[in-house]
Design a protein around this ligand. Sequence first.
Ligand code: IPM
Ligand code: MG
Length: 324
Amino acid sequence: MKIAVCEGDGIGREVIPVAKKVLMHFLPDADYSDIFLGYEKWEKEGCACTEDDISAMKGSDAILFGAVTTPPDPDYKSILLKIRHELDLYANLRPVRGGSFDIMVVRENTEGLYSGIEELGDERSTTLRVVTRKGSERIARKACELSADRGFRKPLVIGNKANVLKSDILFRDTCIKTADACGVLYKTMFIDALTLDVLMHPERYDVIVTTNMFGDILSDACGYLTGGLGMLPSANIGEKYAFFEPVHGSAPDIAGKGIANPVAAIRSAAMMLEHFGMKREAEIIEECILRSIISGVCTPDLGGSAGTGEFGDRIFECILKRES
Ligand code: IPM
Ligand code: MG
């Protein structure tokens, strides 16, 4: 099994080594390779992510990714968006868990407002919001599968803004048809009201499917429920490739201080294990994360005073104990 690891920039370099250690513990025989990309590479080589980097990712069974800083260049295109497009990682799965709730935000990851069809002008700028039947159908199918895997706990919620956006009429109606065809109970909700309701009553939700930008915003907002962005992992899944990354970015404001919360990265590694069918191992990791937080050994964003390494070590020690 081949696993590519890419730390990227900023706190990516601090949290990914912690997550990689956990991954290597559970998958000691995998073939690990490092990919260097991001801001520093852009400064040195004028390109933040080369075709070789993309090929290296395509040659792997899974990729663990940190975060990248966006260089100050108006023509610069986000590496993450490039990777999501080139690897056709159409489903961005963003779990949000807490004591009384367990939500899965299923974000369409290749179209919508992230179509890349846009123009920057002085007086008028445009970005084309592209929604296709095919794109909506495949993300809806993925959401239906997840809903089934999770035991149809609550109706599938289709987050949309079809009262204003024509593109969302196609999205909503395609999701409805797909849910009907899969025999999945669903509910449609406008994304603005949905976002507020998720924050007020998270226990009412299970799987939520929505378009690219709405899913981006909703998933960050959900960080409020879990103690911040340092807690949220994600999986970017396509037909062929699987890419795992924390929801947070490179956080230049705290980079280098050794205080970044490694949980989002460790949980992303756990999502990779689950992707390989290692559900029990992912559960052990989750349990150890919670134990470490409860014991008070955690980073300042969670109210503790531990550094990234100390927090990571505590989680790792717990994993070793749980296993012996
Ligand atoms: C995310 C990020 C990215 C996005 C950015 C960095 C391109 O916010 O993964 O949520 O908008 O998708
Ligand atoms: Mg985001």
